[in-house]
Design a protein around this ligand. Structure first.
Ligand SMILES: [Zn+2]
Length: 340
């Protein structure tokens, strides 16, 4: 079993080897576009209330949001021992840190898009509490809160949930982004919002405190950034009004995604927040959410193929202006919501 970080000298970034996770449970199906379970409780699901997990622990009978430490973490405290290679050309570091799981709802067949704005607001509250605790933990250097949604992005369990990766090093993508914010001569995200708004073609949802748009330079056809107008490094620094707006804008974006093709829309959703190893060095970091859906059309996936994976260069065959127009054209009320 190998569980450690290894340095990639050509890309100058770390790769975490987690061979111990090869045994983690898979309860997704082999079908890419399978229908979601219709049961509100699945006795075989390790995330449903009251069920046992592989660790032997039993989930409480939770009725809102439930957060626990991942039973199959990629990072752990204490960090697993590294196997030092004989040739010192190869560099290794311990895979220290924490991994947590956030169950959004006790309802096994739910989804964030089908939850209410009030429930989405509750999730934002949970994110804020989690980040506030984690950034004070000396074992944690950066925190990535994310959701992989849909089997097409490798989700092993359809129960609505997100994850937190809080490793003892700064994730390379976040480090690069933090350096860009600090180097920029003007407040970068504020400038981006004003450029998007003066153009207007790619705006999806806009409120007094939060704006959502398909960025001019989108890498995925239906990529959306959800950005609080005021700059903060971390989500817990947003005041109540900004959190309210964030909940309603995020909810509306996810509803519009589902309404596009009248099905659960797969995505990777990430909270971009400042590194927390030395947060004073990243005072200009502008916390925001990025959503990267992996689909080009119904049934047609965008693969991270040779040019993306090997060339480090994204090809996007969707025109961002057209994709934003598609998202604006569908209803802001979920297609399964028959009350409205
Ligand atoms: Zn479940």
């Amino acid at each position: 079993m190998t569980w450690e970080r290894r340095w990639h000298p050509l890309r100058e970034e770390w790769v975490t080897i987690t061979s111990h996770r090869n045994t983690r449970p898979w309860s997704g199906s082999d079908e890419i576009a399978s229908a979601p379970s219709l049961d509100e409780h699945d006795s075989g699901c390790y995330l449903c209330p009251g069920n046992s997990r592989v660790s032997g622990e039993q989930n409480p009978s939770y009725d809102g949001i439930f957060v626990f430490n991942n039973d199959h973490p990629s990072y752990s405290v204490p960090a697993p021992e590294v196997q030092v290679p004989a040739d010192n050309f190869f560099q290794v570091e311990p895979a220290g840190g924490l991994c947590r799981v956030i169950c959004y709802s006790p309802n096994h067949n739910g989804s964030l898009a089908r939850m209410t704005v009030a429930q989405t607001r509750q999730l934002i509250e949970t994110w804020a509490i989690e980040i506030q605790t984690l950034i004070d933990n000396p074992e944690v250097s950066s925190v990535l809160i994310f959701e992989n949604k849909g089997e097409v992005v490798g989700v092993s369990n359809n129960h609505p949930h997100g994850q937190i990766y809080a490793p003892g090093f700064v994730l390379d993508g976040i480090r690069r982004e933090a350096e860009v914010f600090e180097r920029s001569a003007e407040p970068l995200m504020t400038r981006m919002i004003s450029a998007e708004e003066s153009d207007g073609q790619r705006i999806v949802v806009s409120t007094q405190r939060v704006v959502a748009f398909v960025p001019f330079f989108a890498r995925f056809p239906y990529e959306v950034y959800v950005v609080p107008r005021q700059q903060h490094q971390f989500i817990h620094e947003l005041d109540d009004d900004a959190r309210d707006d964030l909940a309603s804008v995020l909810h509306e974006v996810l509803v519009r995604y589902d309404n596009l093709w009248q099905r659960d829309f797969p995505y990777m959703m990430l909270l971009h927040q400042s590194p927390c190893d030395k947060p004073d060095s990243y005072a200009n970091y502008h916390m925001h959410i990025q959503i990267h859906p992996p689909m080009r059309q119904p049934g047609l996936q965008k693969y991270l193929a040779s040019v993306e994976t090997g060339g480090g260069h994204f090809l996007n065959d969707g025109c961002p202006e057209d994709k934003a127009a598609e998202l604006r054209a569908v209803s802001a009320i979920h297609y399964t919501n028959t009350d409205a």
